[in-house]
Design a protein around this ligand. Structure first.
Ligand SMILES: Nc1ncnc2c1ncn2[C@@H]1O[C@H](COP(=O)(O)OP(=O)(O)OP(=O)(O)O)[C@@H](O)[C@H]1O
Length: 285
């Protein structure tokens, strides 16, 4: 399968912090929506900013469309649509003014597409951007990211601050974006149900280290969470244990092959939220 983005052994530390990205590696194929999941401070934004070159990486390589990313390459901003929590859009401008600005900035800017999303998101045309609510600003950032024919979208918490209808609209738009299998998305969100809805691949990160990279369908089909007593826990082949956490006298265990522990399964299905909690809060064998 053709790869849009390939991140290999990415490392990044900060001078005044103990945090470091520790050999982060993953790839995004054409047609993928990759959900990037981790607690506050796990390293999601650091990874995304390193990809975009807004942060200097310490080491590792990042390839886009098969070529090593050059942060100074002006085409990079055309090829990647970006939505971050704190997009600094010029506050005194209205959407009508902004269109003129973006026509000048992006080589493949598409007015019709922008108008389409502005209408879909019910954004006001004549209000100054600085008077937009947080949700409106987020929608505007998404509309911009979707209107310059980018091949890759990097969305950091893009659904945060949106009401349920707005989130649903946005998730539909993102699914449409990759439908033709000629584009891809990296999406971080603390709302794991959003990720569960649209992502086909998942990356779990904690303390700068990737804990698990997996196809969503495989995770939901083959993995399981068990609650077992000490004796049962000892019985489980430890190679199957992805994470475990003490729960009173019992232990909650995330296993990678439900069929091998079928006799211990009491509940058949699990949300990505439940799996995330055990991965983040639990220990590894
Ligand atoms: N400029 C900086 N200088 C020093 N430390 C930083 C800087 N930016 C981020 N960090 C630290 O790096 C770690 C990872 O932060 P990062 O923003 O990448 O996490 P995140 O997974 O995006 O978190 P969140 O979900 O809260 O947005 C945190 O411990 C944070 O304090």
């Amino acid at each position: 399968m053709a790869v849009i983005l390939e991140v290999s052994n990415l490392r990044k530390s900060y001078a005044d912090s103990d945090f470091a990205l520790d050999d982060v590696s993953f790839s995004i194929n054409y047609g993928d929506i990759v959900g990037f999941i981790g607690e506050n401070g796990a390293g999601k934004s650091t990874t995304m900013s390193s990809i975009l070159g807004t942060l200097y990486k310490d080491s590792g390589t990042i390839h886009i469309f098969g070529e090593e990313i050059d942060p100074k390459d002006p085409d990079l901003k055309n090829d990647i649509g970006v939505v971050f929590d704190d997009m600094k859009l010029p506050g005194d401008l209205t959407i009508l003014n902004l269109k003129k600005v973006f026509r000048g900035i992006y080589k493949n800017w598409n007015d019709d597409q922008f108008d389409y999303y502005v209408k879909m998101f019910s954004l006001p045309l004549k209000k100054k951007v600085k008077d937009f609510s947080r949700g409106m600003s987020m929608k505007l950032s998404v509309a911009i990211a979707l209107s310059h024919n980018a091949k890759l979208l990097i969305l950091d918490e893009a659904t945060a601050g949106l009401d349920p209808t707005g989130r649903d609209e946005l998730l539909d738009v993102l699914q449409d974006f990759v439908q033709d299998q000629d584009r891809g998305i990296l999406l971080s969100s603390h709302i794991t149900s959003d990720i569960e809805k649209i992502a086909n691949n998942l990356i779990f990160i904690k303390g700068g280290k990737i804990l698990l990279k997996i196809q969503k369908d495989e995770l939901l089909k083959n993995y399981a969470i068990l609650t077992c007593n000490e004796h049962e826990f000892k019985e489980i082949n430890q190679d199957l244990v992805v994470a475990y956490k003490q729960n009173g006298d019992d232990t909650d265990v995330l296993v990678s092959d439900r069929e091998k522990v079928r006799h211990l399964i009491k509940k058949e299905s699990f949300s990505i939220d439940e799996i995330t909690l055990l991965l983040m809060r639990g220990e590894k064998v």
